[in-house]
Design a protein around this ligand. Structure first.
Ligand SMILES: Cc1ncc(COP(=O)(O)O)c(C=O)c1O
Length: 433
């Protein structure tokens, strides 16, 4: 098929691909990707500040990853890991043990973030023999019926598909709930204690709760960074009631927040973790991670997979971990994340449409509002994203009404590329507001 033909098909994409696929952004026809760039079918080069939604942490098609994929394909394409065993899956588990918090040392490999969440919830239910889960309002954990039961970021994800598993919700630590002048590190832990007590008194006894699941940084819900003390309080409440704490690190993992995992950034260790996205440089791979002690209680046959832990994906993940270390990508995420936030703080002073710019590492959210009313402005975000794309930079969005621009470049991004991307963002905002 010629380039022209398939690009023409994009205009009629609904005849081929299900329209239910998120189409938050115009589909950019792409022929190639490399490092921090996509190469469009239109012959233009696009700076990618989405990383394929926080996946390409080592940049697109890193040569070491490509080599590992080719080498693996020459030897073994498919397991499955429950029937045969291969070196890459064992080596990957051993390498991940080195970068995860201490007791998280046993792995159930799967293919997607949703599956890793599903595994985490099932493990928690199995081990505790308790029926229910608590999740946090605004969090996104995936769209399978189990994961959807704890996803509360948007009601459209649940409409006509409401999951039947009863779960309970506690409020996330949202800046809008902070009284003026209050210290978030004091206010939010106290509020959490009160909210949990109310829930336990009026709706569900904590002895019936298997797990609490949370995104340690609110992702799809608007890139909100909670106070450390709030997450520590959460750990404390779980310990008090024998509830397992699950961290959904699908988006925050693999250096995104400037540490290997947000658990380290916030110094709070969960009992179970779900990891995916940035794990294998673009190949589908994920894992439910827990201590050997917990996993040992999940007997043979109680969970399984055909494709999970695919040999090529595991090889790509090993290469990706090596690149992250060799190229000091955690440090780069911290340094350039801080640099970008400083630049954005300045930009905010020049453009009242920018309500807030916040982030941790290279997980940055830029919230837009109507300057007259201060109300979140999702329509403006869409216009800004389109304008930026026209000018050659791809951003993404998040937030309840799409009011936040997500800036999640590959962790290999340079200062010059940050400058280029932010200059385009400012131009777009200036032209539109
Ligand atoms: C925090 C979080 N959890 C879970 C998921 C689901 O992952 P996947 O789309 O790979 O199934 C996502 C996807 O965006 C996510 O951001």
């Amino acid at each position: 098929m010629t380039n022209e033909n398939w690009v023409h098909m994009v205009d009629h994409i609904g005849n081929f691909l299900a329209p239910s696929m998120a189409k938050d952004h115009p589909n950019l026809p792409v022929v190639k990707a490399e490092g921090c760039y996509y190469y469009g079918a239109d012959g233009k080069k696009y700076l990618d500040f989405t990383s394929g939604i926080a996946v390409e942490n080592v940049g697109h098609r890193h040569p070491k990853v490509v080599e590992a994929i080719k080498d693996s394909a020459d030897h073994l394409i498919h397991g499955p890991s429950g029937v045969i065993i291969y070196e890459s899956i064992l080596k990957l588990a051993a390498e991940l043990q080195k970068v995860l918090p201490p007791k998280l040392d046993n792995f159930f490999f799967a293919n997607s973030g949703t599956e890793a969440i599903e595994g985490a919830l099932k493990l928690a239910k199995y081990v505790t023999k308790r029926p229910y889960a608590i999740s946090f309002t605004g969090c996104f954990h995936g769209r399978s019926i189990g994961a959807l039961s704890v996803t509360t970021s948007k009601s459209k994800y649940r409409k006509h598909m409401q999951p039947s598993w009863l779960t309970y919700q506690l409020p996330y630590a949202l800046p809008e709930d902070l009284p003026q002048g209050a210290d978030p590190e004091v206010f939010f832990p106290e509020k959490l204690e009160r909210d949990a007590e109310k829930l336990f008194n009026h709706q569900v006894d904590p002895e019936e709760i298997a797990c609490m699941i949370i995104e340690p940084v609110l992702g799809e819900g608007g890139y909100i960074i909670p106070p450390k003390a709030w997450l520590k309080k959460l750990r404390e409440i779980c310990d008090r009631h024998g509830i397992l704490l699950i961290f959904d690190e699908v988006q925050t993992g693999f250096g995104r927040t400037g540490n290997w995992f947000a658990a380290q950034t916030f110094d709070v260790a969960p009992d179970i973790m779900a990891i995916a996205k940035g794990i294998a440089a673009g190949l589908p791979l994920s894992a439910t991670v827990a201590s050997k002690e917990l996993m040992d209680q999940w007997p043979l046959g109680s969970h399984g997979t055909t494709f999970g832990g695919n040999p090529i994906a595991c090889s790509a993940a090993l290469a990706s971990l090596e690149v992250m270390q060799d190229e000091n990508l955690l440090e780069n995420a911290t340094t350039l994340g801080n640099y970008a936030l400083t630049q954005l703080d300045e930009m905010k002073k020049r453009h009242p449409i920018i309500k807030d710019a916040r982030g941790v590492g290279l997980m940055i959210g830029i919230e837009l509002c109507d300057p007259a009313t201060g109300k979140p402005d999702g329509d403006m975000v869409m216009k800004v994203l389109d304008k930026c794309l026209e000018k050659g930079v791809l951003f993404y969005l998040c937030g309840n009404v799409g009011e936040v621009i997500r800036m999640i470049p590959p962790l290999t991004v340079t200062k010059e590329q940050i400058d280029d991307g932010l200059a385009v963002l400012e131009e777009a905002i200036a032209e539109l507001s």
